[in-house]
Design a protein around this ligand. Sequence first.
Ligand code: GDP
Ligand code: MN
Length: 378
Amino acid sequence: MKIHEYQAKEIFAKYGVPIPPGRVARTPEEVKTIAQEVGKPVVVKAQVHVGGRGKAGGIKVGNTPEEARSHAEKILGMDIKGLIVHEVLVEEAADIKEEYYLGITTDRAARRNIVMVSAAGGIDIEEVAATDPEKIARLHIDPAIGLQDFQIRQLAFEARLPAAAVRGIGPFLKALSKVYADYDCSLAEINPLVLTGAGTLIAADAKINIDDNALFRHPDLAQYQEAQEDDPIEAEAHKRGLTYVRLDGDIGIIGNGAGLVMTTLDVVQREGGRPANFLDIGGGAKAEVVTKAIDTVLLDKNVKGIFFNIFGGITRGDEVAKGMLEAIGTMDITVPIVVRLTGTRAAEGLQLLEGSALTPAATMQEGAQKIVSLVNAA
Ligand code: GDP
Ligand code: MN
């Protein structure tokens, strides 16, 4: 599980790590209030579970509360690598002189946790590892003795940190390794660790990933889990106004009405298929919505076939059929689509579909059997 920067900072703060004063906000007005409380220039930071927020325009310094508010207006709602920003962290801007990298992860091959320190902080460590691997000092932690002071000095020296930082990073690395162990992390990073103009060290960014298998040992983290919307396709579907839930199978399911879609999932499962999603296009679905629904389902590259199950009431069968024909006409669809249409204007709808690439089905069960065999044959 990934947690947000502000959540990771809350944890690090408990372990005595200096972090800039501030807190999380959900509206531009809140951002302004926090900036006023801080009383100094602040940095407004998008809280999404992805790195490279700065480059994407999700991190901006506001010199006045009003400027911070106006930055927040742009950052809140922003799409960063498919994730929508719902929260921003507002904290005192750091006076950055230098940026370093501190991180711990598990080295499975060595069956040890590994500490990494680099003077080339602030940027993606993967990039440093690829272009200048010698700029990263590494050390495996002996689980019996933990991280020792002499090892910390050695790491700092190998990473060529300046004297001011060599003296200061001890408590940061010790806290990092303690958090790593206490919270069953798979990754813990401070990037950048900032050396300020005044010569002090502060954690300007914090990242913690927790091993999902250990989550049951950390009930205090459950609050962090609820609030997240991690799946980029779900996020996109919700932006498009669709009721969509991603599942882990390969058959896309589209229907009108939540109950009908739920039943369709069960029937497909019973016929040996694995649904890739839940998508309810609701009542009165017009051609445009149908096209949007097919397009959304196909964002999931695991989808090998689509089962459309439409029970016509308010939704007219001929409208749905037109939508499907439009979709397959304008999109490059390479997967089989099975359509079950019944109810209002179903006969007209099915007639429209005749001679198209779509496979009609008279009942839900027949439709489920057809899509399962088409997907299995593919
Ligand atoms: P990430 O790119 O998503 O990992 O976000 P970071 O929190 O690491 O910030 C990226 C970059 O934004 C940092 O390396 C800094 O250069 C800049 N930045 C972040 N916080 C501050 C700040 O408080 N003041 C200033 N001047 N720059 C900042
Ligand atoms: Mn960072």
